[in-house]
Design a protein around this ligand. Structure first.
Ligand SMILES: C[S@@+](CC[C@H](N)C(=O)[O-])C[C@H]1O[C@@H](n2cnc3c(N)ncnc32)[C@H](O)[C@@H]1O
Length: 329
């Protein structure tokens, strides 16, 4: 009986890992742009030749792809990518979400695999910001679909005349705001050289993008700004430095100004399996820090005169929240 029980438990673990194959397969296909290559029916030999790939390994990838439903068999032994894979997992498709696969498979999973070793030491990994800045900024833009509409509603309601976006990445939020409200004075600051250059390129001369550290940059705007955006970077600040960040944010805001925070949130109502794993990833690095809780944001804000106005989930499954605070005096 106990042998049968072991067998069933082992089989269930195997079964629950099947989903991982789908992610692995999609990641390989995205990284080498194989779904695009297989938009039209081709033989494995043809693809191997065109893309200079090892044919034996490619055959195995194709077999998995057929099993997980990413590829289908064509005539005369040829194979073709399903339309959804060309659309969502090709590099140049406007609907591509492949960058998320890269973040998961190249950044998160390798870190989580190191957990057993890390747990036995006091050592931490170093997050290589420059190597991953582009991937992380791109995945952050996937949130914009959910986050831009409520932010535009806040702008319509509060009517700010000037906005600063801290850690603006590619400047996607600024771009959406500029399109809808061209008269608002917009500024962005980004520490990564390449991202700052791309944001500048994307936004043109109407929006000022500066390369630099937000903590220094923000000092140029004491009491002059109606709205601050602080999206997806709180975990770059150690808990004991976040108070300084909140103080700096409050200092640049005019009375009645607002600040929007976006972050996955610990201890929130939604998305805790995702946020707890994300938090495990953060803690594995010496230069990344815990995700905030709503109470922490509320408390830090209160200490510098910011009052919570709203906290809404943007993506429930991921525990991502949009938190809005107002400067009351
Ligand atoms: C995860 S990305 C988010 C980008 C954008 N805010 C968004 O939500 O789409 C965080 C960005 O903050 C930038 N960043 C981190 N620390 C910074 C600092 N001290 N000053 C300026 N930018 C910073 C990073 O380079 C990165 O591009």
């Amino acid at each position: 009986m106990s042998e049968l029980h072991r067998f069933i438990i082992a089989r269930n673990w195997m079964k629950s890992n099947e989903d991982f194959l789908t992610t692995w397969h999609a990641h390989v296909g995205y990284k080498l742009d194989l779904f695009k290559c297989l938009e039209k029916s081709k033989s494995v030999e043809q693809v191997a030749k065109e893309c200079e790939l090892n044919i034996a390994l490619l055959e195995r990838w194709v077999e998995v792809g057929i099993e997980v439903g990413h590829l289908k068999k064509g005539l005369a032994g040829k194979v073709k990518a399903k339309k959804k894979m060309v659309k969502y997992a090709s590099a140049d498709s406007p609907e591509s979400v492949g960058i998320l696969l890269r973040e998961m498979m190249e950044l998160h999973i390798p870190t989580l695999l190191k957990y057993p070793e890390l747990l036995k030491t006091n050592e931490r990994l170093t997050y290589l910001e420059d190597s991953f800045a582009d991937i992380v900024a791109q995945t952050s833009t996937l949130l914009e679909k959910a986050a831009v509409p409520p932010i535009l509603r806040w702008i319509k309601k509060e009517k700010p005349t000037s906005i600063i976006d801290l850690g603006c990445g590619y400047g996607g939020y600024l771009n959406s705001i500029h399109t809808k409200f061209p008269k608002i004075e917009l500024h962005g600051v980004e520490i990564n050289t390449e991202l700052a250059a791309k944001a500048n390129e994307n936004l043109g001369k109407d929006v000022t993008i500066s390369e630099g550290d937000m903590m220094e940059y923000i000092k140029n705007f004491q009491g002059k700004v109606d709205m601050v955006m602080a999206h997806n970077f709180l975990y770059y600040f150690p808990e004991d430095k976040r108070m300084d960040l909140f103080r700096n944010i409050s200092n640049v805001m005019k009375k009645d100004g607002i600040v929007t925070f976006i972050s996955p949130m610990m201890k929130a109502k939604y998305g805790q399996s995702f946020t707890s794993a994300f938090n495990a990833f953060m803690t594995a690095h010496e230069n990344l820090y815990s995700l905030p809780t709503l109470d922490e944001i509320k408390e830090n804000g209160k200490r510098v005169g910011l009052t919570l106005k709203d906290a809404k989930p943007l993506i429930k499954e991921g525990g991502w929240y949009l938190v809005t605070m107002k400067k009351m005096k």
